[in-house]
Design a protein around this ligand. Sequence first.
Ligand code: NDP
Length: 316
Amino acid sequence: MSEIEKVECLIIGSGPAGYTAAIYAARADMSPMLYQGMQPGGQLTTTNEVENFPGYPEGVTGPEMMVQLEAQAKRFETDVRFGFITKVDFSGSVHKAWADDGKEIHADTIVISTGATAKYLGLESEQKYLKLGGGVSACAVCDGFFYRGQETVIVGAGDSACEEAHYLSKLCAKVTMLVRRDEFRASKIMAERVKNTENIEILFNTETEEVLGDGQVVTGVRVKNNKTSEVKDIPATGFFVAIGHKPNTDIFKDYINLDDTGYIVYEQPGTSKTNVAGVFVAGDAADKTYRQAVTAAGTGCMAALDAERYLAAKGH
Ligand code: NDP
């Protein structure tokens, strides 16, 4: 039989949302337990320099910031667990969760901060330069600044790709946008904005063959027109992938309301409440618009405060 642990607050996920929720919950004497998930530290552990998180005038690397957030959560005695939650049952008044280490956890409140995972093309060369931190990124707002005055390539044709291409166009000398079909998926207004931006060149029916580089950093992108089979190399120092994100919400789908792309729907906008009383959400698992460390941290704070108030109303 599995061991049952009872907690007032279980936090699932260890990005800025999860750790911020932990800091607030711990300081409110809720003795939170936090399961770090498959990627301890979350998406920021795959970024280099973070220059837009307030309070770091010189910037900080993503992994370093996450180590500091973890240390801050532990300073107030958050029970940080290495491992991930595999299953939940939110059908009763006590919320149940099972971890990969066999533990069964009964929690009065739950904060879901499982985040989202950026999709990549999966090309070997793309993954190589992503891991090297040499010019592949899935976040223009995070990394665009490093390519000021340079030439970049962005893949994708949805609202995110259009928004990011437009963002990059204000910083970069030139942005080449690769669209695999002969039309955008994005809303008309977003597509029009991109089409009307002088330094964005759109290549339709075009796919990425290879991300080119010198072994350290990206130097260009080899693309192929899937109608004519013409192959050409585009010089670029940055390769941005904007082909969507997958929110990490699969294990909650039997209990929590999700939208048609899998993002958790707030029961009451302006709060962190989900459709299940006592279960709150923070960060990218419910955010397909902002996706920033600072917004995730903000909603983490909201979730912990909402959880505390929920417990107080129940007489805890
Ligand atoms: P989407 O799923 O809408 O779009 C993904 C895009 O990536 C599609 O154009 C798709 O091409 C392309 N793509 C997927 N795989 C590949 C591949 N292997 N190679 C090349 N291209 C590929 O994701 P978004 O992140 O853009 O948007 C998600 C949701 O968030 C949407 O509902 C969107 O409207 C919303 N959103 C709204 C914003 C706003 O209103 N400000 C901003 C950002 C997002 P294809 O079209 O051929 O399938």
